[in-house]
Design a protein around this ligand. Structure first.
Ligand code: ZN
Length: 195
């Protein structure tokens, strides 16, 4: 049973509530009511204010978050657990997450692209299928296209969490974070030109 911190973007309410639920000996603590329309900066500010008042030895769970960058920023502020529809919903809409941003497989540029979604990815989609084939599946409205992108995106997110754990254990999270966010936010290869 987790205690769920509430208080919208009001730090005083968040902190008071965090203190109250921390007195109950619960299995973990969640931060709810964020990622509901406030800016990312507001969300990070509330995490900065609130997480220090939750028990450090218990898991901290940020509900409904988020993009890869949101997750990295939240981990930096002490969050351990996440849940989010992005990998599956964006996959169903033709979007694949990669280390260099998102790509839109509906784009015509992938029509004859024989490469996997992401070079070196070990997911079932990348091991067996090309961008061109997945593009074709989406154009043909074949269910398999959605399934392959969801598989890839879930693999991407799981791999991201593994990378985060490895970086923390190696004592190199700050450096890893800086490089990772630069790459993810650059969208140099795919996303900006696709959308
Ligand atoms: Zn993949």
């Amino acid at each position: 049973m987790f205690g769920i911190n509430q208080g919208a973007v009001f730090a005083d309410i968040r902190i008071r509530h965090a203190k109250e639920i921390s007195e109950l000996s619960l299995d973990g603590y969640a931060i709810g009511g964020l990622a509901v329309g406030e800016t990312h900066e507001e969300m990070y500010a509330i995490l900065d204010e609130t997480v220090p008042y939750l028990p450090e030895e218990k898991p901290t769970y940020l509900m409904g978050v988020g993009t890869p960058v949101n997750i990295i920023e939240a981990v930096d502020r002490g969050v351990d657990l996440f849940d989010c529809v992005y990998p599956s919903r964006n996959g169903r809409h033709g979007h694949a997450y990669t280390a260099y941003g998102r790509m839109n497989l509906l784009n015509k540029r992938y029509e004859k692209d024989s490469r996997p979604l992401e070079e070196g990815c070990g997911c079932p989609a990348c091991r067996r299928y090309s961008r061109a084939y997945i593009h074709h599946l989406f154009k043909a409205k074949e269910m398999l296209g959605m399934r392959l992108l969801v598989l890839h995106n879930l693999y991407f997110y799981n791999h991201l969490m593994q990378e985060i754990r490895d970086a923390i254990e190696a004592g190199q999270f700050s450096t890893w974070k800086r490089n990772k966010i630069l790459a993810l936010s650059g969208n140099l290869v795919y996303s900006k030109r696709d959308e």
